[in-house]
Write a protein that binds this ligand. Structure first.
Ligand SMILES: [Zn+2]
Ligand SMILES: [Zn+2]
Length: 223
């Protein structure tokens, strides 16, 4: 989603650039009071929409925590610790926060474990009512405010510099935001025949004519 153009983008319309970002390390207290789990994120503000923590099923460090819950800081939501093969045990602490509404991989983890998708942004990427006291803040202002609030509660372990790939809108270069929106898909099968026919009969004429071949190739390979 481009928060400036207010439109969904396909994956090929997203331009990725390596940028100097950050990795914030955050503590999520176990609900039963027996300790905490540390997660790392490049977008601290998205923690407001977390609905789970995931670990790799073979990761010995977390074996005893699977099935327990943590209490999400600043929000107070009780969220489960789930085991999922998609987690890379080498990334950060090996425990990852799961934000189904604002990360495509997390969305899939959420689907597999029945986690709710809590959207925390409006169409401008400004925090909405689900963000509680952070509502009304732009995502980048929210990033700072969330880190400050976590720090005040002693739950911000640290922030490291981190080089990573960031997706930008191909039209306006705004940083894209993974965002759930309603998408419409047109069933193109029945349209292909008449569309090819219109060019073959000359009702539609290509200038220059050689582009007809690209057109036919495109039409004949639509799914
Ligand atoms: Zn844009
Ligand atoms: Zn950028």
């Amino acid at each position: 989603w481009c928060p400036r153009c207010h439109t969904a983008l396909s994956d090929i319309e997203v331009e990725h650039e390596d940028e100097a970002g950050e990795l914030a390390h955050i503590r999520y207290p176990l609900t039963d009071g027996s300790g905490h789990v540390e997660v790392a994120t490049t977008r601290a503000e998205t923690m407001l929409g977390d609905t789970g923590v995931a670990v790799h099923p073979d990761d010995e460090r977390y074996r005893d925590l699977i099935g327990k819950t943590v209490t999400l800081p600043l929000v107070g939501r009780e969220i489960p610790i789930v085991a999922d093969d998609a987690v890379d045990p080498e990334f950060g602490t090996g425990a990852v926060k799961v934000t189904p509404a604002h990360d495509p991989n997390d969305f899939e983890i959420g689907e597999r474990h029945g986690l709710e998708a809590v959207s925390i942004f409006d169409e401008d990427a400004v925090v909405n009512a689900n963000g509680g006291r952070f509502a009304g803040l732009d995502r980048f202002a929210a990033r700072s405010a969330v880190k400050e609030a976590l720090d005040a509660e002693g739950l911000l372990v640290g922030v490291d510099e981190h080089q990573h790939s960031v997706g930008h809108c191909y039209r306006c270069s705004t940083v894209i935001e993974p965002w759930l929106s309603l998408q419409w898909f047109v069933k193109v099968g029945p349209l292909v025949g008449p569309a090819i026919e219109a060019v073959r009969t000359g009702d539609i004429r290509f200038v220059p004519k050689r582009w007809e071949n690209s057109y036919f190739h495109w039409m004949e390979n639509l799914r």
